[in-house]
Design a protein around this ligand. Structure first.
Ligand code: NAP
Length: 242
């Protein structure tokens, strides 16, 4: 059984990616941290669309939980193979650097950067054995441009972009591609409360993006036909930054 593991699949961009993966015929592992109601909502939407999925609750910022829950799942499902991994779960916790607390720095790095390492290392083994895989990391415009108030988040996302390029070179010969997708401003809980009417003036296409638009790009990079694209970072930002 070919599976797609999507971290942070209960809401926002992750949910749209889960639906896209199901549409592409994958059995979807919908990871989430704590919002079971929304995770079940994602699962129901996949099933209503005729897809198959299951929930996998684990905190991607906790390496012990990753080892415990994800490696156990892999061990207990020898007939399932994670062919697509989308490292999507992420948080931000903004503050000017001068006022940033240790915990704000550490949490954002653990959730966005460390999670990439611990999850991907576990999943990579199966892909190497099958000599095929697609790894897609959801980063951010912040990791390309750097944004004031986000030294922690910019550093974490830039770190993932660097790791994407390095890993792509390690595993290219094994039929595995590793790419990043860098959204700009997308309508989700993460951007809730932002003044869209003011901010969209600075975006060439004059609007925020939708989770489905990000999922479309992820679906493209996950496709078999995208096998010659690797180590790339694809911006989806309405022209805000290039
Ligand atoms: P969101 O609406 O806040 O949803 C976050 C998702 O991640 C939820 O499913 C949440 O699970 C999950 N999550 C958070 N921490 C987790 C953890 N430690 N372990 C497991 N799951 C965790 O966020 P979003 O806007 O869809 O963002 C998705 C990704 O896109 C993030 O990496 C974000 O940095 C990136 N991004 C977003 C934007 C934007 O404008 N929205 C722009 C650039 C990049 P629960 O429901 O259980 O809390």
């Amino acid at each position: 059984m070919k599976c797609a593991l999507v971290t942070g699949g209960s809401r926002g961009i992750g949910r749209a990616i889960c639906l896209k993966m199901a549409e592409m015929g994958y059995y979807v592992l919908v990871n989430y941290k704590s919002n079971t109601t929304e995770a079940e909502n994602t699962l129901a939407q996949i099933q209503q669309a005729g897809g198959n999925a299951e929930l996998l609750q684990l905190d991607v910022s906790d390496k012990e939980q990753i080892k415990e829950v994800l490696s156990k799942w892999i061990e207990n499902h020898p007939d399932h193979y994670i062919e697509v991994l989308v490292n999507n779960a992420g948080i931000k916790d903004d503050s000017l650097m001068l006022y940033m607390e240790d915990a704000q720095w550490e949490n954002v790095i653990r959730n966005n950067l460390d999670s990439f390492f611990y999850i991907t290392r576990l999943v990579l083994n199966g892909m190497l054995l099958k000599r095929y895989g697609r790894i897609i990391n959801i980063v951010s415009l912040s990791g390309l441009k750097g944004l004031p108030g986000q030294t922690n988040y910019s550093a974490a996302k830039a770190g993932v972009i660097g790791a994407t390029k390095a890993l792509a070179q390690e595993v290219g010969r094994n039929g595995i591609t590793v790419n990043a997708v860098a959204p700009g401003l997308i309508k989700t809980d993460m951007t809730e409360g932002m003044d869209e009417s003011e901010m969209k003036k600075h975006i060439p296409v004059k609007r925020f993006g939708t989770p489905e638009e990000v999922a479309h790009a992820v679906g493209f990079l996950a496709s078999k036909e995208a096998g010659y694209i690797t180590a790339e970072t694809l911006s989806i930002n309405g022209g805000l930054y290039s």
